[in-house]
Design a protein. Sequence first.
Length: 55
Amino acid sequence: MPPAPPTAVGATPHTTPVRTTLGEQAITVVLPADFTAFRQLHYDVYQHYAHQLVE
């Protein structure tokens, strides 16, 4: 999975559209800005850790 794109300080929360089956309305998931920032800070370390567990 590629790292999350950087966002500007004070940017709006990250939104992710979720596609559902035909005939249903799309759901938009809004992640809090602090979660997005946490993920961006720790993504590379977590990926390295996860890779080491799989080997």
